[in-house]
Ligand binder design. Structure first.
Ligand code: ADE
Length: 261
C-alpha cells in the first residue's frame, strides 16, 4: 500500500513510520508512506501557505493553490506506483468517525492520499473538487489533521496481510475476527501474584477450549457493560445461543459479586 500525506509538517508523519509494526511493514515492502508539503508548491518568496477568510473573522484558511498542487502531486506519486487513482481523504471532524470496519475497507485500497489541514480549515471548493471523503477520528478538535492521518496509517497498516508478527493477534483483539464488534478481553502475564492480586484460574488451567470460552464471555460482558452502543449494534445481528449463555453467566457473576458480604 502506498500512502501520500499532504501536510505542512511532514516530519510528524515520520513519527508513525519510525516505530513498531508500521516500521516493519515499511521494511518488508508492504507499505510506503510519503509526505507532500504544500509549502513546496508555493510561488511567492515568502512561501505563503495561508490566507485570510472571506467574510472576515479570526484565524486563517489554507491557501488553495499550493494545497491543490500538492494534492495533485500526491495523487500522481501514488498512481505511479499503483497504476490506479487513489481515494483522497480529508482528515476533518466534519467527516464520519473512523471505525474498525472503515479501517478494514481502507486496508483493501492499494493507495491513499490523506490530507492533513492546518489553521481554521481549507477552502470548501477544494473539498468539492479534490476530496472523495472526509474522515474524523473522534468528536474533538485537533490543531491539525496530522495526528488523525497517523491514526489512519497505524490502524490500516496492522490490517495489511503479513504486517503482524503473530498472524492471529489482529484477529483475536478488539473489534475483529471471532470478537467482531466486541471489546477485548482482559490480559494477564507473570507474576501469578501481583501485589496480592491473582490471575483468573481458568487461564492457568491449560484447557484451551475453556480459556477461549472465558475470553469470549469477558469480551461480551465488558462490551455489554462499558459500551452499550457497540453491544446494541452487535446484538442487532442476533446473538448466538452460546453467546447469550456466556453473557448471562457474566451478568450472574457480577450479581454474585455485588451480593458478597
Ligand atoms: N482535524 C482536526 N480534528 C480532527 C479530528 N477529530 N479528526 C480528524 N481530523 C481532524
Amino acid at each position: 500500500m502506498h500512502i501520500a500525506v499532504v501536510t505542512l509538517f511532514p516530519t510528524m508523519i515520520e513519527a508513525v513510520t519510525g516505530h513498531g509494526i508500521v516500521t516493519r511493514a515499511v521494511n518488508n515492502g508492504l507499505l510506503r508512506v510519503e509526505g507532500v508539503n504544500p509549502r513546496d508548491f508555493t510561488r511567492d518568496v515568502h512561501k505563503t501557505v495561508d490566507d485570510r477568510p472571506f467574510g472576515g473573522g479570526p484565524g486563517m484558511v489554507m491557501k488553495i493553490e499550493p494545497l491543490r498542487d500538492a494534492t495533485i502531486a500526491a495523487r500522481e506519486a501514488v498512481e505511479k506506483v499503483t497504476g490506479k487513482r487513489p481515494r483522497v481523504l480529508y482528515m476533518s471532524p466534519q467527516g464520519p468517525v473512523l471505525t474498525q470496519q472503515r479501517a478494514q475497507e481502507l486496508a483493501m485500497e492499494e493507495g491513499l492520499v490523506l490530507i492533513a489541514g492546518r489553521y481554521e480549515g481549507i477552502d470548501e471548493r477544494f473539498i468539492e473538487a479534490y476530496v472523495d471523503e472526509e474522515l474524523s477520528i473522534g468528536d474533538y478538535v485537533l490543531s491539525g489533521g496530522e495526528l488523525a492521518a497517523m491514526v489512519v496509517i497505524d490502524a490500516v497498516t496492522r490490517l495489511l496481510p503479513g504486517a503482524l508478527g503473530d498472524a492471529d493477534s489482529a484477529k483475536q483483539d478488539s473489534f475483529s475476527g471471532e470478537f467482531e464488534g466486541l471489546l477485548d478481553c482482559p490480559h494477564y502475564t507473570r507474576p501469578e501474584n501481583f501485589e496480592g492480586r491473582g490471575v483468573p484460574p481458568v487461564l492457568m488451567s491449560g484447557n484451551h477450549a475453556a480459556i477461549r470460552r472465558w475470553r469470549l464471555m469477558q469480551a461480551l460482558g465488558r462490551t455489554w457493560q462499558r459500551r452499550p452502543d457497540l453491544f446494541a449494534q452487535r446484538s442487532a445481528k442476533g446473538l448466538a445461543k452460546n453467546e447469550q449463555q456466556l453473557l448471562d453467566e457474566y451478568i450472574g457473576g457480577l450479581d454474585a459479586k455485588r451480593s458478597e458480604p
